[in-house]
Design a protein around this ligand. Structure first.
Ligand SMILES: [Fe+2]
Length: 333
């Protein structure tokens, strides 16, 4: 293996409350997200850019990305796949995307979507090689004996260097295109990572550290979780606007997450119109907000995940309707 996939993304805790800053976007004013004083670390999730080799669409998507980064001032950006929408020159798309992400000078990473390696230019490995060559990108191919690329984890530490939260990214795309279930090798890798971190922090594999997981494809359980939440009026946020399309193969990801007790939230993209948040077996299941510009999409935006000093999390949706440039920022939930 080239190098260890273990990394630490640490940051000194900022005690002072961020003051509300007013940004100017194309002639309108927009209030930035106010960072709460119990927030240790801010993750901005962006998903499903579906960039095309068309200057107009690319410019619009990049402007939305700029605005989301300005508004949320994240410590880490995670782009959960389907950056690419073309079939011939995904290398051009990824180079433009990589340059844009590097321009923020903020650590960032990526999970593969089902469209990223479609066509004949760059394979998943080529894309992974490119991402590994970038300065701010923390993506690594991950262990060679584990299915896919980008099965990684990052630890958030407090000011004393103690791990308060682990961020997992997991590959749910096919060998090159299509969706994919979470394979046994990924589940074993995830299980041993959770236990090893528990030993490192608490000296006991069962005393797990809280974690979150980001991917492209929803788990199969999203559908029944939403149905149940709708019936019981327990939808935490957002709406189902289209059918969920997980991989049909049964895997043991949710069962493993529940039995280990570390991961409290799972995040995905893939369905561009869904942005709901519901619970299943105590695990928060969330869609992000899409950044896609070409299709008719009711809104565009990103999802902020606030890691609190005690290791808990809250979320905030930052979204605007297609017809407006003013973003609505949800309360923390
Ligand atoms: Fe997708």
């Amino acid at each position: 293996m080239k190098k260890t996939f273990y990394k630490t993304v640490s940051r000194t805790l900022i005690a002072a409350l961020f003051s509300s800053i007013v940004f100017s976007f194309a002639g309108c004013t927009q209030k930035a997200v106010v960072k709460a004083d119990d927030t240790a670390y801010v993750i901005l999730m962006m998903t499903d850019l579906h960039l095309e080799d068309d200057e107009g669409y690319q410019k619009r998507a990049f402007r939305t990305m700029d605005e989301l980064v300005d508004l949320s001032k994240p410590d880490l950006i995670i782009v959960t796949g389907d950056v690419n929408d073309v079939f011939d020159r995904n290398d051009k798309i990824f180079k433009a995307f990589g340059e844009k992400m590097e321009s923020y000078k903020i650590p960032w990473t990526f999970t593969f979507g089902n469209h990223d390696a479609q066509g004949s230019a760059w394979s998943k490995k080529d894309i992974a090689d490119y991402l590994e060559s970038l300065s701010y990108c923390k993506f690594e191919k991950g262990p060679e004996d584990v299915y896919g690329y980008g099965n990684n984890f990052f630890n958030v530490t407090d000011e004393n260097g103690k791990i308060i939260q682990t961020i997992f990214t997991i590959d749910t795309s096919g060998p090159e295109t299509g969706t994919h279930f979470v394979e046994r090798s990924q589940i074993d890798w995830y299980t041993s990572a959770v236990r090893n971190i528990a030993v490192e922090v608490n000296g006991d594999p069962s005393k797990v550290v809280p974690s979150v997981m980001f991917s492209h494809i929803p788990m199969r359980e999203y559908k029944e979780a939403y149905d149940e939440a709708e019936k019981n009026k327990e939808i935490v946020y957002g709406k189902r606007r289209e059918k969920e399309c997980p991989d049909d193969t049964e895997d043991e990801l949710l069962e493993t997450i529940v039995s280990l007790g570390s991961t409290k939230a799972y995040y995905c993209g893939h369905e561009h119109k869904n942005n709901y948040v519901v619970y299943k077996d105590g695990i928060r299941l969330s869609y992000g907000e899409t950044c896609r510009h070409k299709w008719y999409i009711p809104s565009r935006g990103g999802l902020i995940v606030n890691v609190k000093k005690d290791g808990s999390i809250t979320q905030q949706n930052v979204r605007r309707s297609s017809a407006s440039r003013i973003y609505k920022i949800s309360k923390e939930y």
